[in-house]
Every structure is written in C-alpha cells, then in structure tokens.
Write a protein that binds this ligand. Structure first.
Ligand SMILES: Cc1cc2nc3c(=O)[nH]c(=O)nc-3n(C[C@H](O)[C@H](O)[C@H](O)COP(=O)(O)O)c2cc1C
Length: 189
C-alpha cells in the first residue's frame, strides 16, 4: 500500500483527461493505494510567482497540496499533449515545489485524440520529473483516440486497456517499494 499523487494535466471545459485520471484512480484504489487527487482546476493556482518555499503566508489550499506532494510515495501525472509537450497547467502545478518530490518515482500517463497517445508530451515530462528528483519509471502509459476509449460517463470501452494497465501499475509499485526501501536507509542529500 502506498500514497500516490495523481496529477491532472488539463483544466479545459469538457476535458478528456478527467476520465483517464478517474479511471486510474479507481485502478490504484482497487490495489489498496491511497490516492491524492490533484486537480489544477480545483486548485486554481495563479501562474507561478513564488515557489511554495518562498511564500510567507501560503493559503490552506497550497499547504494541503504541499502535504500531499510530501506524503506521496510516487507521482502519476496524467498529461494531455499540447503542441507536442505537456500542458501549462501541469507544468505550473509542478513548479510550485522541488525538494518535496525528491527520491520518489513517477509513472507517466498520456493521452490524445489522435493516434499517438501523447507520446511527445511523455518525453518532455520525463525530463521535467528527472529535474524534480522523481525519475520516471521505464514504461509509460499512452492512450490514443481517448474519446473512443471511454464513453461520456468515463466508463472504459476498450477492454484491452485493462491488461495493459495492470502491467504498468505493477511496474510502478515495484519502483515505489524499491525507492521507499532506500529512503528508509537515508538519502544522499
Ligand atoms: C492547445 C492544444 C494543442 C494540442 N496539440 C496536440 C498535439 O500536439 N498532439 C496531439 O496529439 N493532440 C493535440 N491536441 C489535441 C488534444 O489531444 C485534445 O484536445 C485532447 O482532448 C486534450 O486533452 P484534454 O481534453 O484533457 O484537455 C491539442 C489540443 C490543444 C487544446
């Protein structure tokens, strides 16, 4: 059992991403994990001025977000692909923190309405999470034609994803446990 932060990457009206994020939340909960569901639409954070550590009087909203980032044993960003990269909402949310992520793994999920499932966004996010000190696991999970994979209520239509997701989650769990064991012995800085 681990604490996992799911980070939603879209704040658009009628966003496809919320279906992916809620589906992943259910899958992870079914395996006994505690989920922190981080949704920039609810958080409504301003475009970054100061990082959390520079803010003298952080809002309750932001304090709670920091606690979730600190308490998480792993991160699962759910990213759309906007112009071959991740979204501004994702990047803005992530940038509020740094040390809070250190020595914990990330598992990147992407999606798009086209045939490539947001793989370009994954490549950029890998670099970002490496810099955050939360390196991404080897596999990523990409969903192409996301509008066909889920129905309007967010129910999975394409059952092939059930098997694929299990393998992805098992790999993430392996990394979470490995990193947790090592953190228990201390961290280099
Ligand atoms: C600004 C913008 C840029 C986009 N760029 C890409 C792109 O580079 N590649 C792609 O496959 N889809 C692209 N799309 C289409 C998205 O895959 C599609 O809009 C998807 O639904 C976005 O996720 P969301 O609904 O959760 O925001 C773009 C969409 C937007 C709004």
């Amino acid at each position: 059992m681990a604490n996992i932060a799911i980070i939603v990457g879209s704040v658009r009206q009628n966003r496809q991403g919320i279906k992916v994020a809620r589906w992943m939340e259910e899958k992870l909960k079914n395996r006994g994990h505690i989920i922190y569901f981080i949704d920039p639409l609810k958080l409504n954070l301003p475009l970054l001025d100061k990082m959390y550590k520079e803010i003298t009087n952080p809002s309750e909203n932001l304090k709670q977000l920091r606690n979730q980032i600190v308490e998480a044993d792993g991160y699962m960003p759910i990213t759309p692909e906007y112009n071959h990269s991740t979204s501004a909402a994702m990047k803005n949310t992530l940038d509020y923190f740094l040390e809070e992520y250190y020595f914990k793994p990330s598992a990147i999920v992407s999606y798009s309405v086209g045939g490539f499932g947001g793989v370009n966004a994954v490549q950029h996010l890998r670099l970002i999470f490496a810099e955050l000190g939360a390196p991404s696991i080897s596999s990523s999970f990409s969903i192409s034609k996301v509008q066909d994979v889920f129905d309007d209520d967010g129910k999975l239509r394409d059952q092939l994803y059930e098997k694929r997701v299990l393998r992805f989650i098992e790999e993430f769990e392996w990394y979470i446990e490995a990193f947790k064991n090592q953190r228990g012995k201390g961290t280099p800085y």
